[in-house]
Ligand binder design. Structure first.
Ligand code: FES
Length: 275
């Protein structure tokens, strides 16, 4: 992290890969004074991404900290800053502060089966976990990935699914809310699909990220399947602004999402006051 946590470091956009009509994956290289092109980070952390004259926003890191050493953000157009980012081109400069927040406790989860459940752009921080698990494949049991989006066109990282499915002892289960003539996969909501797949909770931790309404019903479905709240982990990014515990926008009771999170076990969330 830079010494001044408020000061963005300049970075260059190396590539922009369209994922859907409104989601693009940006590969970034820091213009480090010592020649470094990225900072060290862990899966689950986020950075503040800025466009000069427009503003900045907290964005989760999409790439894995494992080699090759890249820094990627998959960003959906949802407001002024993200619209401005989508208008940029390869070679343009942006600002980056970070990395911030805690991370998924992947070291502690070694030896377990991993159940990844994502919805929409919520697969962005999950992709960092998925690639990290694949790069440490022998340390984990079965990896199941359940992912859904509104339509086939809204599924992100489509170009990587074949590779993911070919990783040993890994299952990828896709669903969409509404199919089209070409869609041959499942049609239905993620929580219902999860119950149909019926994964065993034995020695398994579920990690989920997506729209709040999906998370709510995924958590209920996991409880029905026998997952305890210590073995359900989620990441929260809404409400964050400064990223460093100063603006007070992200507090839940005595916790700050930007400092104590964004990654929480369901047990930790249950112990916080409802807001
Ligand atoms: S984002 Fe400002 S205090 Fe957490």
């Amino acid at each position: 992290m830079s010494e001044n946590i408020y000061l963005p470091r300049m970075a260059t956009i190396k590539s922009m890969r369209p994922e859907t009509i409104d989601v693009t994956t940006f590969q970034i290289a820091l213009n480090g004074t010592n020649g470094e092109s990225r900072f060290d980070y862990e899966s689950g952390q986020f950075a503040e991404v800025s466009v000069l004259g427009v503003g900045e926003a907290p964005i989760s890191i999409t790439s894995s900290p494992t080699p090759p050493e890249t820094l990627e953000f998959s960003i959906r157009r949802v407001g002024q800053l993200t619209n401005a980012l989508h208008e940029l081109n390869v070679g343009d400069k942006i600002g980056i502060r970070g990395p911030f927040g805690n991370s998924f406790p992947l070291k502690e989860l070694e030896g377990q089966n991993m159940l990844i459940i994502g919805g929409g752009i919520g697969l962005a921080p999950m992709r960092s976990v998925i690639l990290n698990l694949f790069d440490n494949r022998k340390k984990y049991g079965k990896i199941d990935i359940i992912y859904g989006a509104r339509s086939p066109q809204d599924l992100v990282f489509k170009s990587e699914y074949e590779e993911w499915q070919n990783v040993e002892n890994t299952g990828l289960y896709l669903t969409v809310d509404r199919g089209d003539e070409e869609w041959k996969g499942n049609v239905g909501l993620v929580p219902n699909f999860l119950k149909e797949i019926n994964p065993s909770p034995e020695n398994t931790t579920g990690i989920t990220c997506g729209p709040p309404i999906m998370i709510k019903f995924v958590v209920q479905a996991l409880a029905e399947l026998g997952f305890t709240s210590e073995h359900v982990i989620t990441t929260m990014e809404r409400k964050m602004k400064c990223g460093v515990g100063k603006c007070g926008r992200c507090n839940i009771g005595g916790k700050y999402v930007c400092l104590d999170g964004p990654v929480f076990t369901l047990k930790q969330l249950e112990e916080m006051p409802s807001d």
